[in-house]
Design a protein. Structure first.
Length: 445
């Protein structure tokens, strides 16, 4: 499919993905695990091809894809689809990294991202049309999207791209248990998938072959990951090249830096905050009603463990307590110092949780009993950022500025404006290698 065959509204949506993901990747540059990755790649003496986001250092293409995707996913502030997949933390970072090496244009990466997202979302829609959240981490689909984006930018032949798909299938692995346990693996899965997809494209270009029936064959993707056995392969091609999956109607651009299943809890808690003034010492009890999906992803008892930030952003207990006490939900609330505040930590651990079946994955209720006998309660669904409750343009601007400020850029407002401008004019850029340069640390504290 040539670049000019992708509809304009689809390309506009890709620009929004780039803007959001560049911002959250910059904010994630100091997150747990990134310094260790930087040290690991430096000690290995990897080739200097692609800039590591938010630094002035370069690494090999594969290492940069891994690192940049982990940075983008690290704070769980990136966009998310209904399947629980975080497509842009792979798609954007792979497109920019591979595009930097291939000297691709902005138009090239916009169309590659559109095709990659369409394919991955079609596959998941076929596997799990009811969004039942299987045990596997749906971000493994990024292996496929990364191989397609990279293959398109590397100008693979049709046969080579088919080989890349098969090779990517061999690298798929991931589990949502990472989320429930609050481990750093939840962000590393994004890097694993990005690296594996790009590596699959490189191997295919070098002449290495993969299975050709990677989707519908015995042991193919559907056989391995679909619970249902009545998948009609023709559904994958319905409207192909005309109707693009994974767009605004399935994507959440977050206002709060925590798991998408907790956004509605933050909304409900903030509604309570607006009812009457109260402080932490006024709270006698906090109770939550959550759905089975919220429980599966974020319902484990809250223990900060070795990775407090990863534990907190996937905890219904901490997310709710934080919003009630701090009257907002911002990036600085998910740092170790904020999470380990003794009083807030005690409240988070004492939150009472009840799991209640619901038709919507994030339909929830929050109740606060105050020591003076008053009870405050609110319910919410479709947390802020989901298609039914989208961010306003002003919300989006404030989010990008918050990310730039959290990243430590002294010129955060000006830098946010520049990223806005570059994303808006992406189709006019001749060489996308300049885009990652925008996040170099000059002007940082």
């Amino acid at each position: 499919m040539p670049n000019d065959a992708v509809p304009e509204h689809v390309l506009t949506f890709q620009k929004k993905r780039i803007l959001d993901n560049m911002a959250v990747a910059a904010a994630g540059r100091h997150a747990d695990g990134l310094s260790q990755l930087d040290e690991l790649f430096s000690s290995q003496g990897t080739s200097s091809q692609v800039l590591l986001v938010g630094t002035d250092r370069k690494a090999s293409l594969l290492d940069a894809c891994f690192y940049n995707s982990v940075a983008a996913r690290a704070l769980d502030f990136c966009d998310v689809a209904f399947s629980g997949q975080h497509p842009s933390s792979t798609d954007v970072q792979v497109a920019l990294a591979v595009g930097s090496v291939t000297r691709s244009s902005g138009a090239d990466i916009l169309s590659a991202m559109a095709v990659g997202q369409d394919m991955a979302d079609r596959l998941y829609s076929a596997v799990d049309p009811d969004n039942e959240f299987h045990g596997f981490d749906s971000n493994i689909l990024s292996c496929f999207s990364a191989s397609l984006i990279a293959g398109r930018l590397m100008k693979l032949t049709v046969d080579q791209q088919q080989d890349a798909f098969g090779l990517a299938l061999n690298r798929m692995a991931g589990t949502f248990q990472n989320n429930r346990d609050g481990s750093l693996a939840v962000r590393l899965v994004q890097g694993f998938s990005s690296r594996a997809g790009v590596e699959a494209a490189l191997l295919a270009r070098a002449g290495l072959t993969g299975p050709r029936r990677s989707l519908c064959g015995v042991g193919g993707f559907f056989d391995l990951y679909a619970r249902r056995r009545d998948i009609d392969p023709t559904s994958l091609t319905d409207g192909l090249g005309v109707r693009f999956f994974g767009g605004q109607d399935r994507t959440c651009f977050k206002l709060y830096p925590s798991c998408s299943a907790t956004l509605s809890l933050t909304d409900a808690a903030l509604e309570i905050v607006r009812m009457v003034p109260f402080d932490l010492e006024d709270i006698a009890k906090v109770s939550l009603d959550i759905t089975p999906v919220q429980d599966a992803l974020c319902g484990a008892p809250f223990e900060p463990g070795d990775s407090p930030a990863a534990a907190a952003m996937f905890s219904v207990h901490y997310v709710t307590a934080n919003a009630l006490v701090r009257k907002s939900s911002r990036l600085e609330h998910f740092t170790a110092d904020s999470i380990l505040d003794p009083d807030l930590l005690a409240l988070a651990k004492a939150v009472n949780v009840r799991v209640v079946p619901a038709n919507l994955f994030d339909a929830c209720a929050v109740a606060v009993d105050l020591k003076d006998g008053r009870r405050l309660a609110a319910s919410a669904k479709n947390g802020k950022g989901w298609p039914a409750n989208p961010l306003s343009d002003s919300d989006f601007i404030l989010k990008v500025e918050q990310c730039m400020e959290f990243a430590g850029y002294l010129d955060f407002a000006e830098r946010a404006d520049r990223i806005h401008s570059v994303a808006a004019d992406m189709n006019e850029i001749d060489d996308v290698s300049i885009v990652l340069d925008m996040l170099k640390p000059a002007g940082a504290s």
